[in-house]
Write a protein that binds this ligand. Structure first.
Ligand code: ATP
Ligand code: ZN
Length: 301
């Protein structure tokens, strides 16, 4: 299946074909009600339930595909967007922007030095070669620190560069730090905090695609909130209402409903995150009853 020619009235989203962000990106889109038909080469997925198609690519290609208008949006790490943005900026192009932060795929772009060295501060990097796949992001940080060091571009296995004598330090993505430790390196400073984002151009999409994107993002916001959402329900005598309301967890405004034939109110409230047993016991202690915490299956604000 070949992607249709421009202009397009279907939204096209680039995601990582495999790797760390591929599966969570698909799961996120599936949680927005998207279903697809895959092409035989598994590079293009035709959206069946919504006019949203997926392009499955290497993460490094995602910013370029959006900048060239081949795709409208992409799900990719901030680290990739920042590095690409700096390359574009140097050529006078318009950097992409983050349409949403997704809260997963978190990692740091850290400078790391050999274990046995002491860290005294950025000026210590002066005159050193620093191996990295993010030379522009590193270069900007070095300039901000007023340090003159040389980024050495490596597209893989950055962390073995010091042992091979290719570099004196590294600047690499870290989440647990295990890979660095295994290579006798220690992280000493963070130059970028990253997470998965929805990246797109800094303008509205054309040919009706903005409306499709808005619909998708609305569902996505709902899906993200939904993961955490609980509905807290309880009943309370009107006389103790004030103490009950004072004990309710933070979240949305509670809805109060009169209970037919009784001097009681039923209270329901949307809560973000779990409601602890201790909280339920506190509410019970002041006289609330019929306490219930329910998962939320669907939500549209
Ligand atoms: P591709 O084949 O698509 O180029 P890749 O090897 O460049 O894949 P992955 O290792 O799958 O990419 O990482 C994708 C993204 O996951 C990174 O750009 C980063 O945003 C995020 N990430 C989260 N934790 C880590 C980590 N510990 N190391 C590397 N990337 C991480
Ligand atoms: Zn990559």
């Amino acid at each position: 299946m070949t992607p249709p020619a421009q202009p397009r009235d279907r939204l096209r989203v680039a995601i990582q074909k495999s790797g760390r962000l591929g599966d969570p990106a698909r799961e996120l889109l599936a949680s927005c009600g998207l279903t697809w038909r895959e092409s035989r080469d598994k590079l293009f997925c035709y959206g069946e339930s919504l006019p949203v198609d997926l392009l499955l690519v290497r993460d490094d290609d995602i910013p370029g595909l959006i900048a060239d208008g081949v795709c409208d949006l992409g799900i990719v790490g901030r680290n990739v967007i920042v590095e690409h943005g700096l390359a574009l900026e140097a050529k006078g192009g318009l950097p992409l922007v983050e349409w949403r932060q997704l809260g997963w795929g978190s990692c740091r772009l850290d400078v790391a030095i050999p274990d046995e060295q002491e860290w005294t501060g950025p000026e210590q990097l002066s005159g050193l070669r620093i191996a990295t796949s993010y030379p522009l992001t590193l270069g900007r940080w070095l300039r901000d620190q007023d340090v003159d060091a040389e980024p050495v571009l490596l597209n893989g296995s950055v962390e073995i560069a010091p042992r091979l004598g290719q570099a004196d330090a590294v600047c690499d993505l870290v989440s647990s730090g295990g890979t660095l430790r295994a290579n006798q390196l220690k992280p000493v400073t963070t130059i970028l905090h990253s997470e998965a984002v929805i990246a797109g151009p800094d303008r509205h999409l054309e040919d009706g695609r903005q409306e499709i994107a808005d619909l998708l993002l609305r569902r996505l916001d709902g899906a993200v909130q939904l993961k955490e959402a609980r509905l807290l329900m309880l009943r309370a005598d009107r006389r103790i209402l004030d103490s009950v309301l004072g004990l309710l967890p933070g979240g949305h405004e509670p809805t109060l409903m009169a209970v037919e034939g009784r001097d009681e109110v039923a209270i329901s409230m949307l809560v973000h995150g779990p409601v602890s047993w201790a909280k339920l016991e506190d509410l019970k202690r002041v006289g609330a009853h019929n306490l219930m915490v329910l998962p939320v299956e669907g939500m549209l604000a």
